[in-house]
Design a protein around this ligand. Structure first.
Ligand code: SF4
Length: 197
């Protein structure tokens, strides 16, 4: 079966850049599944190249947004994601990434300023209001994941990157309220979405 590097849902085209991730979230859509929305997103033959993915995207203006979001964390391939952003923008498209916010932890330096002009939207999964709850829910594979994610969000805000936090509605009203306080403190919006199962 051919590996799926890009897949369409609604008006958006999604890019399945990698299966690598720095979290092992208990709620991850990958858990125990081969497909998402009918698309087999495990990359059995390896990750797609920038050239392969750019060819699949074609004319990005056919879609509302090109979204980096698949069975893995897109910022594990930061340079390739940025290269694709340049291609998409050159063809007149819009870009967004759904991220766990670990980009700077993965890169070992503050990379938030590099998102400016590359990603038109940066959706950072906040997931939980405290480090202990985050660690229990997201089971990070790297140290300092929660604080690193918050630092990345603050850095995005500081350099003018359009970023927001997201949480799923099933965490409950109290936790959503606590997450809202974090978002207000960081100075970016909080978006509450339904859990995808
Ligand atoms: S950060 Fe995203 S891809 Fe990674 S384990 Fe969590 S839900 Fe899955």
């Amino acid at each position: 079966m051919k590996d799926v590097y890009t897949y369409q849902i609604g008006q958006n085209l999604y890019i399945n850049l990698t299966n690598r991730c720095t979290n092992r979230c208990t709620f991850c859509v990958r858990n125990g599944k081969e497909t998402y929305e009918g698309y087999p997103l495990w990359l059995h033959g390896g990750e797609g190249t920038v050239e392969q993915i750019a060819a699949e995207i074609g004319d990005p203006t056919r879609y509302e947004e090109i979204v980096f979001c698949g069975f893995g964390e897109p910022t594990c391939r930061l340079e390739d994601m940025f290269a694709l952003c340049d291609i998409i923008h050159a063809r007149g498209g819009r870009t967004r990434v759904n991220t766990n916010g670990h980009a700077s932890l993965i890169a070992g330096e503050d990379v938030a300023p590099r998102f400016l002009g590359k990603l038109d939207g940066v959706n950072i999964s906040l997931n939980a209001p405290t480090e202990a709850e985050y660690d229990a829910l997201c089971r990070p594979l790297i140290p300092n994941a929660f604080q690193g994610m918050l630092a990345f969000a603050r850095a995005c805000k500081a350099c003018g990157v359009c970023a927001w936090f997201s949480v799923v509605d099933c965490i409950g009203k109290e936790k959503i309220a606590a997450c809202r306080r974090i978002a207000e403190e960081v100075g970016i919006p909080l978006r509450v979405r339904a859990l995808i199962e």
